[in-house]
Design a protein around this ligand. Sequence first.
Ligand code: NAP
Length: 254
Amino acid sequence: MEMLYHAALVIIVLMGLGTLATTLRQAGPYGRHMTPGQRFTMKARPAWLLFESPQWFSFALTFWLVAPPLAGPSGVMLFLFGLWQAHYVYRGLIYPWRMRDTHRQFPLIAVVMGFLFNLLNGFANAYAVGHADHLMTADWFTDPRFMAGLAIAVAGWLVNFQADTILINLRADGFTSYRIPHGGAFRWVSAANYFGEIVWWCGVGLMLWTLAGAVFVFFTLANLMPRALAHHRWYREHFPDYPKSRRAVIPGLL
Ligand SMILES: NC(=O)c1ccc[n+]([C@@H]2O[C@H](COP(=O)([O-])OP(=O)(O)OC[C@H]3O[C@@H](n4cnc5c(N)ncnc54)[C@H](OP(=O)(O)O)[C@@H]3O)[C@@H](O)[C@H]2O)c1
């Protein structure tokens, strides 16, 4: 099983490098970057549910059945299990349900890639949580890495949730195109949702302190940074009055 875990990590790193190389040239083809006339698509709402769902069953099956913690799950492991599941209940179930404009389409290829990635990532992180020595005792709850990670993760989650809400509300009146988002972290960056997401996963990575957690932080950066840059360019091209001081994704920096 340990070999499978390492193989999954290698594949995730390769997927991250592949994503980075391709999306730096052309943003992932969904939402505003979808290729006109794109064939083989499905509705965005079930697409999100479908490609995020492996994070529930892959993580849960690995943690409880396939490679459970040898000495039984500790309190720390159960906390991390709950945190992981809670995040994906939001992302895979609640977020698509909150989305407006449910007629939007999503390319099937992105659904398949997302599904495969989430399957591997759920397995790798569940295996890592269940087999990390430092997560076996309650001492980890008071470790500075856990406490700082939790504070960073909560801050990131709040920024992300607020940004999701601002974007959702831009279409509250039935409008189906794009407007300039204002408020929250959009004051500083064009991709406030990705900024919050990146901070959240950096915090979770710190709390986990595992190789699988670090690999996922790398993948998140490789996936979201180029897309944030593409969003930023897109806003500047489409809105002549776009706020000049706004950065792409990291306030004050990038
Ligand atoms: N962990 C990860 O690697 C990862 C990967 C992807 C996404 N996510 C998270 O999932 C969430 C959604 O991601 P996404 O890639 O779909 O984000 P996005 O491209 O910013 O779009 C988010 C939603 O808001 C709408 N929207 C965006 N900008 C708008 C504007 N200016 N005016 C009106 N509506 C606007 C989009 O509609 P359209 O679809 O019509 O553009 C979409 O429904 C984010 O919170 C993100 O952080 C995480």
